[in-house]
Every structure is written in structure tokens, then in C-alpha cells.
Design a protein around this ligand. Structure first.
Ligand code: NDP
Length: 592
């Protein structure tokens, strides 16, 4: 292997794609684009505005809200109101119902609260309808539907220090108060469109993958054929994890399908299979899911584990790196040598993935264009056994733009790689806002103690204790992975732990008659200092081809350096937070 030649090729491919406008290349879905956000799944029902007082208000009805709500209910906090912009629970699984949507992490660790709810995932990698149903199951099991407000968007959050209450206002006329306020809005919940000239001119049908229009395509989320596309010319813009899953379904159904590619994804083997109930019964002994979660996390974060219980695409990546490092004689295990071993393992894996393209894709030119030239964790790794195969169909055409992207959209279709493609339907698989400010993605700001806004407090980047608590914002809990475990390969695990933490704090405050809890400025500063001692994680460095993993290739400064997890890794964080919670002193928080 000529490593220097591969490094050079990676740099060339990155340089082709770097662009000065970074995140600004995308269009926000406001004004005339807001129709792309309409909910195609659930009709809106009218209700009376709420003006009462609740113990906990939670913004977001995805896994963050469900898991925190579940832990609060377990802790005897009955009065939990979830406010959700969608028509039901589910968050990302509510919105992303595109055909083929499926979880990319083994469902035995990805799907939370399996023991508590008694559910056996039907497949190693569950499909979206089963995960959405599981979200509903959690909602019902823990009584979270009772006080949930769906199709409701928060418009204002203001701390009233005289009453130690948060005042919550919404677009449905609600103006209620909450003693504690928590929020988990999801890292990927605001769809974006590429800012391509002419995007408003297209006269055909168009939608974003997170609002799939089954009325137009036919079929349904469980994989029924898209039977209204047989005479249609359809285009897909984007080739990320979403496109990789929906393209095979479109390829089977469309008259003609054009897939417009700027950067190919790395697509490794999926190898999905149904769960064998006997096998499941043999592993599902009390405490099994926690053991599996710990094992998965340990595999991911370089902690020695005797066996790989989960054996999915993520643990495969980690196992290879560890094997390489283990081959080094102990006296040679310097940081430099370990990083070199990591790079070697990456070169080997990416070569396998490129070889797979050659083995599967019949047309050599198409195969060449589908090969990913970057390190595997520069972009979200994908796993699929029908995506590459779809390009062998005579109706399915890859339109590779050599890193440039689609040039223009016209009334009739798409101009790319110097040619116009006439289309009846254009599907945007163009992803979600990631690198933009929290308050822009949330759609609201928080006005905390002394009238200070969260957008002001975080103007130079996120500052928290454990990713949860913010100084100046009493009784607020933020539920997301950054500045905590930051385990990106299994987001729900981060949220389960945050739920436990928040339930313990709320219980403690209620039991001891405390009206307020707030992180001290010193504890928050110390946590931020600690975060900055880390290496910044392995995802999306400056050498990577641009994408949301590396802020589209632009240096985000301090803001980027704070977009990290606990420097000692996810396993160490979960151990630490377990001890912190169990101590009962909640060091760094002030109760009053
Ligand atoms: P991504 O942001 O990953 O992909 C967007 C795609 O649009 C990229 O291929 C991008 O190209 C392309 N694009 C943007 N602008 C243009 C343009 N002007 N011309 C042509 N192409 C363009 O979004 P996804 O929805 O695919 O995935 C988002 C995330 O959601 C994933 O990374 C993953 O974390 C999560 N997800 C998880 C799944 C699971 O676990 N089951 C399944 C699906 C998604 P370029 O790469 O060049 O920027």
C-alpha cells in the first residue's frame, strides 16, 4: 500500500470540495420554503391553551424526552409535560419515514428500555416503523401521553425568579409555568436544502426525505412498493446515510432515477437478519441491556473488553483499530505509533469498501465514481446490501459531479455535470442543520436569571457542566450528547444516562424542599477547561472531506473545540456520572 499516495488522493478530493460559504451554502426552510416542513403524517387537532403549572416541562418528544420522562416517572415525578412539534412521539423516527429507513446501530443497544418494556427487536437492525412504535410503547408504558402537547412549538421561555418558575409560551397560545424545564431537541431535526441557483423555479413535485410524500410516491414506510412512480422521472440530491437507504426502494419503483452525487458515502456490508427468539431468550437475562450497552461503549472507546457482544458495523471499526494497536509491542505504544496503527486500519478498511464497489457495480465508470476517498470517520459510515446494487439497474443512473454538486435547478429539472435532466419529481436527501447556533436550531431562546439570554451566554460556544447544566439558567436541563459522553454511534445511550441524572436531581430537590438548582460558575468553568484538554475526538478533522462532521471543512474556532465530549472517553464518562449521581451531593450544583 502506497500510504503517501492515498493521503495525497484524500487531500485532492477534499480540496475539490472545500468552499468558502461552508454552512451558508444551505437554504433555511423559512418563508416560501416553510412548506417543506409541513407534517404529512398527522392532521393537526385544535385544543384549549394551557395556563396551569407543572413540575417538569420537557421540550421535544423524541428519545431525549421519552427517556427523561420515563426516568422521572420511575422516580415518582408524575407531573411531566412533553411539548412536541410533531403529531406524536418519536422525534427523528416520527419525521424520517422514508422507504427503507432503518437503524444503523444494532437494535439490541440502539433501542432503549427494552427490558423495561419487554420488547424483543424483530431484526438486528430494526426498520423505522418498529422504532417509531417502540417510542409510542415507551410513551404509553410510562404514562407520558397523558399530558403531552403535540403539534406545539415553543415560542418563549423566561425565568421568573420571584416564583422560581419557567414561563413557557407556545404557538398554540399556551402560557403555563414549570418548576423544572428540560429540553432535547435532537442534533438533526431541522431539514436543510442546498442553496442551488434556481431552486424556486422547479415546476415538478419536490419534498425533503424527512417529510416523505407517500401520496405522491405510493407505498408506505414499511416498504410497500412505491407504486405511483412507474412512469415518473425522479431525481435525488444527496448521497448520505438517508439516500443510501431510500435509493434502493426508488430504484425498484421509478421509471427513471437519477442520483445526483457530490461526495460518495462509504458503504460497508449490512448483513441484517431477523432476531432468533431462542437466542434472544438466552441473552435477555436480568440486566442484559445494561451489560450490552457497557460492552458496546467499551468497544467504541478503546476500553479492553473480553468479547464483542454486539458485533455490528461500529464495533467492527473499533475492533480492527484495537487489534492493530494490540499488535504493537508494549514499549512501542506511543501516541504517535497508536495513531499510525489507527490510520493503517483505516486504510485497510477503506480499501475493502472500495473493492466492494468494484465487486458489486457492473459499469466501471459508475463504480469508479462511487468510491469514497477519505478516512472512514470523516463522514457518517453507511452499511447497506442493496444500495450499490441499485446502480446495476438499467433505470438507475448515478450523476457524479466530481465534488462540485448540482449546478442549477430549472423549471424542468436539474443541471449537473454539464447536462440538464428533466424530472417529474425531485427529492432532497440533503440532510439537516448541524453547525448552526443552538437557538437558531431550537427556534426559541431562553431568558434566564437577570434577563440573560442563552444565545448571549453561548455566543462563543456551548458552556455547560456535563452537557446538561448552564450557569444563569436555574432548573434547566439540556439533554444531548455533546460535553458529556458524546457517544455518537449510539445516541440513545447518552440520553438514557442523562435521563437518570436529571431524575435523580429533581427527586433530590423535591425531597429536600429546594426551589432552585443551578450549576455554579466555578463548576461550569472547570468542566469547560477539562473539555479543552482533550484531543477533540476522532470525527471529522481538518484533513477530512467537508461535511457536517467537520463544520463543512471550516475552522469553527472555540465553538468547534467545545463541540466535544469528556476527554477520557464515553465509558469513563458513564462511570464518572454514575458515581457523581450516586454520591447524592451533586458536586458543582447549588441547591437553594
Ligand atoms: P447528510 O448531511 O449526511 O447528506 C446530505 C447529502 O446531500 C450529502 O451527500 C451532500 O453531499 C449532499 N448535497 C448537499 N448539497 C449538495 C449539492 N449542492 N449537490 C449535490 N449534493 C449535495 O444527510 P442525511 O440525511 O443523509 O444524513 C444525516 C444524518 O442522519 C446521518 O449522518 C446520520 O447521522 C443520520 N442518519 C441515521 C440513520 C440511521 O442510523 N439509521 C439513517 C439515516 C441518517 P456532500 O457529502 O458532498 O456534502
Amino acid at each position: 500500500m502506497d500510504k503517501e499516495a492515498i493521503r495525497l488522493k484524500y487531500r485532492e478530493e477534499r480540496d475539490k470540495r472545500l468552499r468558502p460559504d461552508g454552512n451558508d451554502q444551505y437554504v433555511r426552510l423559512t418563508g416560501r420554503f416553510s412548506r417543506y416542513l409541513d407534517d404529512p403524517y398527522t392532521p393537526r387537532t385544535e385544543r384549549e391553551p394551557k395556563t396551569d403549572d407543572v413540575t417538569v416541562a420537557f421540550i421535544g418528544g423524541g428519545f431525549a424526552g421519552l427517556l427523561t420522562g420515563a426516568r422521572l416517572k420511575e422516580a415518582g415525578v408524575e407531573d411531566v409535560r412533553i411539548v412536541e412539534k410533531g403529531g406524536d412521539f418519536g422525534g427523528t423516527w416520527y419525521w424520517n419515514r422514508y422507504p427503507g429507513a432503518q437503524c444503523d446501530t444494532a437494535s439490541y443497544v440502539y433501542m432503549p428500555l427494552l427490558e423495561e418494556t419487554g420488547h424483543m427487536p424483530t431484526e438486528k437492525y430494526a426498520h423505522a416503523p418498529e422504532i417509531l412504535e417502540h417510542c409510542r410503547r415507551i410513551g404509553k408504558h410510562f404514562g407520558l401521553y397523558d399530558d403531552a402537547l403535540f403539534h406545539t412549538e415553543v415560542t418563549g421561555l423566561e425565568w421568573d425568579g420571584s416564583r422560581s418558575r419557567w414561563i413557557v409560551t407556545t404557538d398554540r397560545g399556551d402560557a403555563f409555568t414549570a418548576r423544572f424545564l428540560a429540553m432535547g431537541i435532537g442534533p438533526l431535526h431541522v431539514p436543510k436544502l442546498p442553496g442551488i441557483p434556481g431552486i424556486e423555479d422547479f415546476r415538478g413535485h419536490s419534498f425533503h426525505t424527512s417529510r416523505w410524500d407517500y401520496d405522491y410516491t405510493g407505498g408506505d414506510p414499511s416498504g410497500a412498493p412505491l407504486d405511483r412512480l412507474g412512469d415518473k422521472r425522479v431525481g435525488v440530491i444527496g448521497t448520505g446515510a438517508t439516500a443510501v437507504q431510500c435509493v434502493p426502494h426508488l430504484a425498484r419503483a421509478c421509471g427513471e432515477l437519477h442520483v445526483f452525487q457530490r461526495t460518495p458515502s462509504s458503504v460497508d456490508v449490512r448483513d441484517n437478519r431477523p432476531t432468533d427468539p431462542e437466542w434472544f431468550a438466552s441473552i435477555a437475562t436480568p440486566g442484559w441491556q445494561r451489560r450490552w450497552l457497557e460492552n458496546f461503549t467499551a468497544m467504541q472507546t478503546g476500553v479492553l473488553a473480553d468479547e464483542d457482544l454486539v458485533m455490528d458495523g461500529w464495533t467492527d471499526i473499533a475492533r480492527r483499530v484495537r487489534t492493530r494497536i494490540a499488535e504493537l509491542p508494549p514499549e512501542e505504544r506511543t501516541l504517535e505509533r497508536m495513531l499510525a496503527a489507527f490510520e493503517d486500519s483505516d486504510f485497510e478498511k477503506m480499501a475493502e469498501i472500495r473493492d466492494r464497489v468494484d465487486a458489486v457495480v457492473e459499469d466501471p465508470e459508475t463504480a469508479r465514481a462511487l468510491k469514497a476517498w477519505y478516512r472512514q470517520l470523516c463522514k457518517r459510515p453507511c452499511f447497506h446490501d442493496e444500495y450499490l446494487q441499485a446502480f446495476n439497474r438499467p433505470n438507475t443512473h448515478l450523476v457524479d459531479t466530481d465534488g462540485k454538486g448540482v449546478e442549477r435547478i430549472t423549471a424542468k429539472g436539474v443541471v449537473a455535470a454539464g447536462r440538464e435532466y428533466d424530472l417529474d419529481c425531485l427529492i432532497y436527501a440533503s440532510g439537516f442543520e448541524v453547525g448552526t447556533e443552538f437557538t437558531r436550531r431550537a427556534g426559541y431562546d431562553l431568558v434566564g436569571r437577570g434577563g440573560v439570554r442563552l444565545s448571549e451566554r453561548w455566543a462563543d460556544g456551548m458552556r455547560t457542566l456535563h452537557g446538561i447544566h448552564v450557569h444563569g439558567f436555574p432548573n434547566v436541563f439540556i439533554v444531548q450528547p455533546t460535553q458529556g459522553a458524546n457517544l455518537v454511534s449510539n445516541i440513545p445511550h447518552n440520553l438514557t444516562e442523562s435521563g437518570r441524572t436529571i431524575a435523580a436531581i429533581v427527586r433530590h430537590a423535591l425531597d429536600h424542599g429546594h426551589r432552585e438548582v443551578e450549576v455554579t460558575a466555578e463548576a461550569e468553568d472547570a468542566w469547560v477547561e477539562l473539555l479543552l484538554t482533550g484531543t477533540g475526538g476522532l470525527l471529522g478533522g481538518a484533513d477530512c472531506t467537508p461535511g457536517y462532521y467537520n463544520n463543512e471543512g471550516q475552522d469553527a474556532g472555540l465553538l468547534g473545540r467545545l463541540f466535544v465530549g469528556y476527554p477520557h472517553g464515553a465509558t469513563a464518562f458513564f462511570d464518572y456520572i454514575d458515581r457523581w449521581r450516586a454520591s447524592g451531593t451533586f458536586e458543582g450544583l447549588a441547591f437553594r
